[in-house]
Design a binder for this molecule. Structure first.
Ligand SMILES: C[S@@+](CC[C@H](N)C(=O)[O-])C[C@H]1O[C@@H](n2cnc3c(N)ncnc32)[C@H](O)[C@@H]1O
Length: 211
């Protein structure tokens, strides 16, 4: 698979190669209108498909879900087709979030930065998802503290994590939260090839229960 010229703004190399967070957001903003077509038709992104299957197995259909780093809502669209109705989205890129908003699958779409305090009350969601966001150059491991705060006790946090090149501090952060009695592991999926155009890139789906 290769990226067509008209979709070049959504080449994952551009996101992974961003020099700083401002450039990352600018690149996502510029890619937003062609992002879904590029990911589905050229890049062959499968993370949202794998995570949606995991959510369907673990999360009851009436659960209030926060889709963190929702982008254009590719995961949310799949969850909506499964029947999830009570979903809120956030993302750092206003352009990506505007595409998500137009799909009318989320009750709220708000620009927020994972790794900073999130604009939600505590314990308001029964499940929190993050798809394609925990990968080099994107949201930091410290984002997990706020995902825990906004998810109620007994609720689930489900995310993809790049596994061939695990972003810094995730293994340590996950263990720190286990040791602190904040969450317990429900499932660590096998690594899967997540980008057909970059076959060495792999992600895993993780599921944690908030204690
Ligand atoms: C690969 S896209 C995945 C989008 C979506 N979750 C999906 O399944 O298609 C990664 C998204 O993470 C967002 N992002 C990167 N760093 C972030 C941060 N610190 N806080 C919130 N969103 C972030 C980007 O703006 C982009 O929309």
């Amino acid at each position: 698979m290769s990226i067509r010229d008209e979709h070049s703004k959504a080449d994952p190399k551009g996101f992974y190669g961003a020099e700083d967070q401002k450039q990352l957001v600018d690149r996502y903003d510029e890619a937003a209108d062609v992002y879904d077509a590029a990911m589905s038709d050229d890049v062959g992104w499968t993370g949202h498909i794998e995570l949606a299957k995991v959510v369907e197995r673990h999360v009851e259909i009436r659960t209030r879900i926060c889709d963190a780093g929702a982008g254009t809502g590719m995961l949310g669209e799949l969850l909506s087709k499964i029947g999830y109705r009570d979903m809120s989205a956030n993302d750092l890129s206003p352009g990506m979030l505007e595409v998500a908003r137009r799909k009318r699958i989320y009750s709220h779409c708000q620009v927020m930065e994972l790794g900073k305090p999130l604009g939600y009350a505590s314990s308001v969601f029964g499940a929190t998802t993050a798809c394609g966001v925990f990968t080099p150059n994107h949201a930091p491991a410290s984002s997990l503290d706020e995902l825990l705060r906004i998810t109620r006790k007994g609720g689930l946090i489900l995310y993809t994590l790049r596994s061939d090149e695990e972003p810094a501090d995730f293994a340590a952060k996950q263990q720190e939260l286990v040791d602190a009695g904040k969450w317990e592991l429900v499932e660590a999926g096998d690594p899967f090839p997540s980008i057909a155009s970059e076959p060495h890139i792999r992600h895993r789906c993780w599921v944690w229960r908030v204690l």
